[in-house]
Design a protein around this ligand. Structure first.
Ligand code: TXA
Ligand code: MG
Length: 338
């Protein structure tokens, strides 16, 4: 199969919408990462998402909508704070998990009694859903386990020749996947941190969400898998900038592998760019800049064929929590606190 690449203009969006209506798979930009969309009412199309991504069957998808009524049509027993969340953050990078109505088909939700829904703020994404005349199930457009794509080029790196079309809308604004909030109970719980933080949710609802997975079965099944992983082994080094950089320099000197280093504005000058592949993640006090480029940086390390990666940790304030969530997963838990 040849994967069509279209600009994210009206012509391209119309073509992608036609493909979705006909049961195909269309990758499209959102404000977070590129999504891989299929008609949510078409069981075979939704199954194909799992096939091409090699995604475990127990990992449910997010339903992308362009109108709030599409959320209320499919959900029940929605708590009051949920409407406040939808009003405050939709369209935008928040995914709301709510109890689904029994009339909602089982595919795409991995047999759970809940459904995850989000209305993207990216205009291409919203127009695509509108033109397709159906809500669209869409995970990130990467092969399962790899860093999420934030450009059309990344999409093609993983899925060229396997999906029908990609709409090229340039790099994604936030670069990290949406915040996933569980709104199926009396109190909200953040299952996956993102650009919308616990503090922002508190401001709008008066409720401070719990964070982290509840004990027992993970509530966001996707969070239990190794994820976002570059090809090389990655270790996160947490510490104040100068000490972290000195520690990384020491580690890098001691091995004769091809080393990749993810630095920050504060430390970039402390590394030898002749010897190592050094990428600047951004400013430590502005974690949203780091979030925007994180997955692209992990893919660059792949392209540069590094053997080992050392990444500086950043403070977990604001979006920093989401950055560290992705980085520690990419590291498979290899974290050094100095
Ligand atoms: O920003 C985003 O959310 C992007 C763009 C494309 O919209 N999508 C995305 O989808 O990141 P995906 O499939 O890569 O991640 C969906 C996450 C997974 O961790 C999954 O387990 C969780 O949402 N999820 C989906 N349905 C759920 C449910 N009913 N209950 C709990 N978690 C759910
Ligand atoms: Mg994903």
């Amino acid at each position: 199969m040849k994967t069509l690449v279209y600009n994210a203009d009206r012509h391209g969006i119309t073509e992608a919408a036609r493909i979705i209506r006909n049961g195909g798979l269309a990758a499209f930009p959102t404000e977070t990462v590129y999504g891989l969309g299929a008609d949510a009412s078409n069981e075979t199309a939704v199954e194909n998402i799992y096939k091409v991504k090699r995604r475990p069957a127990d990992n449910p998808l997010i339903l992308h909508i362009c109108d709030k009524s599409q959320f209320y049509d499919r959900t029940q027993r929605v708590p009051g704070y949920c409407a406040a969340l939808a009003d405050a953050f939709w369209p935008g990078p928040l995914t709301i998990v709510a109890c689904k109505k029994s009339s909602v088909p089982g595919w795409g939700t991995a047999g759970l009694p809940t459904i995850a829904v989000r209305m993207p703020s990216n205009e291409t994404a919203r127009l695509l859903i509108e033109y397709a005349q159906t809500p669209v199930f869409a995970p990130s457009t990467n092969i399962s386990g790899r860093p999420s794509p934030t450009t059309a080029f990344h999409v093609l790196q993983d899925l060229d020749g396997i999906i029908d079309i990609v709409l090229d809308g340039g790099p994604c604004l936030y670069g990290l996947e949406s915040t996933v909030i569980d709104a199926s109970g009396d109190l909200p719980r953040i299952l996956r941190p993102g650009f919308i933080t616990a503090e922002m949710i508190y401001d709008k609802t008066g409720l401070m969400p719990e964070t982290g997975q509840p004990a027992g079965r993970p509530k966001a099944p996707g969070m239990k898998y190794r994820h976002y992983a570059p090809n090389a082994e990655l270790t996160v080094i947490n510490g104040v900038p100068e000490l972290a950089a000195a520690y990384i320099n020491d580690l890098a000197r001691k091995n004769n592998k091809r080393v990749g280093i993810l630095a920050t504005d504060q430390t970039f000058d402390m590394y030898d760019k002749e010897k190592y592949v050094v990428l600047n993640a951004g400013g430590r006090s502005r974690p949203e800049t780091i979030g925007a480029g994180l997955f692209a940086a992990l893919r660059t390390f792949n392209d540069e064929n590094v053997d080992i990666i050392y990444a500086e940790g950043v403070p977990e304030t604001g979006v920093g929590a989401a950055v560290m969530n992705r980085l520690t997963k990419a590291a498979g838990g290899r974290v050094i606190n100095i």
